[in-house]
Ligand binder design. Structure first.
Ligand code: GDD
Length: 327
């Protein structure tokens, strides 16, 4: 009998990689999508022909849709990836961001408790939860202090704590993956890595002459989203639910990523990059480095893609994309 998994936020980068991964493992996948006027299914369009892939409308702020879908499909596993996930934007629309992440997670946990108590649950927690807390030399662990620095991160920490609470209070199989930044050719265009690789490709092809960026000095631990989808699944295959840091264990500045990509493109960033104060955040997370020793030991998980390979994969993909669509 096929296992059934529900993925909220299926149209996002992580939702698309996780869908592919679960379908390859023989799952029936129910992808939950928010209604928008623009088409946002480009990352999952190639999955439509698969009869085990079903798309349903859902909204984190609409608990009736959560209850109805969980009751309809009685899933074995639920992956809660949906969120307004842009940190800078969360300062502009804090209520929408916080409601969706915190109440959206609560609705799913309550529906599981009432309708499918044996269902396993994955929560997309975030390295943003550490905020500006002091980082140990070897990186943040599951036990490190968390002082979130944005409405987005505050809501993620609330949901993270809620998941732990439900795990202990109701003995639910509810796990959290504290994922550090993870990127890919499918990354949204407003996140800094994709903004840089797209701009480099357009500049190379003579279609753009400036790239505006904000803070270049923050450090991020950047991995490949495809590697991280497997870690989510591994967490739900364990006898015991738990929390895991998922990261590469290497950290680089935004400036370093910029130079890496422009080097690959054979471009001098000094000629094209301008700093725009509007892109700075009211409260920045200055330094993120993760220590995934626990994930390695318990899940047998390790990242497979290096920083350099990630930058090249993203630039090459965008170069081809721009050549095919804009040139
Ligand atoms: N987005 C963006 N745009 N960021 C910029 C820019 C710019 O033009 N210029 C500099 N930055 C800096 C930001 O200030 C931040 O320090 C860093 O680049 C990374 O920004 P993002 O790519 O937007 O990612 P993030 O680190 O804020 O958050 C991402 O990773 C989290 C995991 O740690 C998001 O995917 C979150 O949803 C996720 O939880």
């Amino acid at each position: 009998m096929k296992k059934t998994a529900i993925i909220s936020g299926v149209c996002g980068q992580d939702g698309s990689y996780l869908s592919e991964f679960l379908l390859s493992k023989g799952y029936k996948v129910i992808g939950l999508k928010r209604r928008t006027s623009l088409i946002t299914t480009d990352r999952i369009d190639h999955l439509y022909d698969n009869e085990d892939f079903i798309l349903e409308y859902h909204d984190l702020n609409d608990s009736s849709s959560t209850w109805r879908l969980i009751s309809k499909y009685k899933p074995d596993e639920i992956y809660n990836l949906a969120a307004q996930s842009h940190v800078r934007v969360s300062f502009d629309v804090p209520e929408d961001t916080v409601n969706g992440i915190s109440m959206g997670t609560l609705h799913i946990l309550e529906a599981i408790r009432a309708l499918v108590p044996d269902c396993k649950f994955y929560q997309a927690s975030s390295s943003e939860m550490y905020g500006d807390a002091p980082c140990p030399e070897t990186g943040y662990t599951e036990e490190s202090r968390m002082t979130p620095a944005s409405p987005y991160a505050c809501a993620k920490l609330f949901a993270h704590n809620l998941v732990r609470n439900y795990r202990v209070a109701y003995n639910m199989h509810a796990s959290s993956g504290i994922l550090f930044n993870h990127e890919s050719p499918r990354r949204g265009e407003t996140f800094v890595t994709r903004k840089i690789t797209l701009a480099a490709a357009r500049i190379k092809l003579g279609l753009q002459d400036k790239l505006s960026l904000g803070n270049l000095s923050s450090y991020r631990d950047w991995g490949f989203a495809g590697d991280y989808a497997k870690a989510m699944w591994l967490m739900l295959q364990q006898d015991k639910a738990d929390e895991y840091v998922i990261s590469t264990g290497h950290t680089y500045t935004v400036k370093h990523f910029l130079h890496e990509v422009f080097d690959i493109a054979g471009l001098d960033p000094e000629k094209y990059v301008e700093i725009d104060d509007r892109l700075f955040r009211p409260h920045e997370v200055p330094y993120l480095l993760g220590d995934s020793s626990k994930a390695k030991e318990v899940l047998g998980w390790e990242p497979e893609t290096s920083f350099k390979d990630l930058a090249k994969m993203m630039y090459d993909s965008d170069y081809k994309f721009i050549l095919d669509t804009e040139k």
